[in-house]
Design a protein around this ligand. Structure first.
Ligand code: 3PG
Length: 216
């Protein structure tokens, strides 16, 4: 496994953030939905997929989605070093965490996994920046101050790019994307639970393409 530096990690995350305005945040309960769901999102114009490690089948979902042509699959909700190992073994090519710890950062660097680590305050963002992480997740975005908070950080900390997630929707995503320090947002609205349960892939593709149309 080739290690990855904070600089390289940030560079890769910036590339991912520039690929589409939304990174779908996926909580998948049923492995049999993975292929169709991933294909619908990619076909709708959202190639970067975050599969959260919150369900029993999440690692198998990552392996399944990793096969989708044109898709780039990462693991979300990374908390422990074991999560990082599992994610890499499953085929994840990037990782997302709600926050950041020294151990988690070291595990990702060691495993060669680009990490989008979370921050919710100027101090947390500055600590990550000090370590070389200039692309960060802002979570939980709406609850922690929303687009106005991030806009306020853009003046003193213009060198940090954020991907806000948590409470982001098609209605408020533009507010975030209007801020100079935001290149994409993350959200689950493009893959609603009911649509996945009903296997309504057309609806999911439509939600994805609407997001691309409205937010690009
Ligand atoms: C999460 O970690 O659950 C994400 O931030 C997604 O939040 P959302 O469901 O509010 O989009």
């Amino acid at each position: 496994m080739t290690k990855i530096s904070a600089f390289e990690s940030s560079k890769r995350n910036l590339e991912l953030c520039m690929m589409a305005p939304v990174i779908p945040v996926l909580i998948i309960e049923d492995l049999s939905t993975a292929k169709n769901l991933g294909e619908a999102l990619v076909a709708g114009g959202l190639p970067v997929l975050e599969v959260t490690l919150r369900t029993d089948c999440a690692l198998d979902v990552i392996s399944e989605m990793a096969k989708i042509k044109g898709g780039i699959v990462g693991a979300g909700t990374l908390i422990t070093c074991q999560d990082v190992k599992n994610a890499v073994n499953a085929g994840a090519t990037f990782g997302v965490a709600p926050g950041a710890t020294d151990k988690l950062i070291a595990a990702c660097e060691e495993a060669g996994l680009p990490l989008l680590a979370g921050a919710t305050s100027a101090s947390e963002a500055m600590k990550l920046l000090e370590r070389g992480y200039s692309v960060q997740k802002f979570f939980p975005a709406q609850a922690a101050g929303g687009a106005a908070f991030l806009k306020s950080l853009s003046s003193p900390l213009p060198q940090i790019t954020f991907c806000p997630t948590g409470g982001v929707s098609l209605e408020n995503a533009k507010d975030y994307l209007d801020s100079s320090n935001v290149k994409c947002v993350g959200g689950s609205w493009v893959a609603p639970k009911d649509a996945i349960k009903n296997r309504d892939w057309d609806q999911i593709q439509q939600l994805a393409s609407d997001s691309v149309r409205v937010l690009s």
